[in-house]
Design a protein. Sequence first.
Length: 335
Amino acid sequence: MNTPAKSNKEQKTNRITQVDSAPSRVQASKEKNAPQIPNSSDQGESSSHSNGGGNKGKASRAEASRRRRGDSNEAQWVKCRNCGKLIYKQHMEEMLFVCPECNFHFEIPGPVRINTLIDQGTFVERFSKITPQDPLKFSAKKAYKDRLNAAQKNTGLKDACIVGEGEMEQIPVVFGVSDSRFLRGSMGSVVGEKICRGLELASELSSPFIFVSGSGGGARMDEGILSLMQMAKTSAAVSEFSRQGGLFISILTNPTMGGAMASFAALGDVIIAEPKALIGFAGPNVIRQTIRSEIPDGFQTSEFLLEHGFLDFISDRSELKAEIVRLLRYLHLKE
Ligand SMILES: [Zn+2]
């Protein structure tokens, strides 16, 4: 749920995900190879853009392209917000967006998550036509409608969650992921509905349901009671799925907070988390103010929750697919 700390946090997340979520830029620079130090600016001049003819359109295109390359030089380096070290972005990307220095797991875009967990070419998105509405005509600092439009434009997604069918090492699964780039992965009506339909589909297909949560935003308060209702709705859907013998594996990534954590994300038959992920309900400041006492070190991290029996295990991102597949095989699901 939203907390007073939201605006700061949101800015921070946006900043980081902006850098994190530009694989295309990184790819473009990868083709030209050669790691660049942030301020070097000579690359633009030497590359093959010099066949520009006299016309004005071409000249302005070349200028735009030069500017883009300047941006991409800066975007090739990112400061780890856990250890503070400067990381070469291409290296981090090869490590699946994990800091090579301290193993901090950055947020990754939903489509990248699908590529890392689902067998190549097997993912088919479902329920993609469900789009968010603004029934309350809600407006805070910005109108919800404008925030939605901006998030849709920035991410290419209609809402914060992707659900579909795919295979993991040839085992059919129904798979979903919430994307923290989209309004902090918050759960509004669309996310809730897609999770419920995903569970129903998994039940129909007798497949396991696997959902990767990256919902730092919790319930989407722009949708008021309609977003809060998703907590009860998804919890009831998980319960019904479970009653029918379905297997739900919930994967908690940084950050999973608020209404998402207080409903479906905490209801997996097996709950796995990535290392050092922030997982909880209200933020630490809110809790500190409410209970008026200090909270333990490492509170609301995967490691703390594992120690206190809330998680089944923690898995590095590079091992996650193998761990899930091992689990699916162990539980004798059809292959
Ligand atoms: Zn680090």
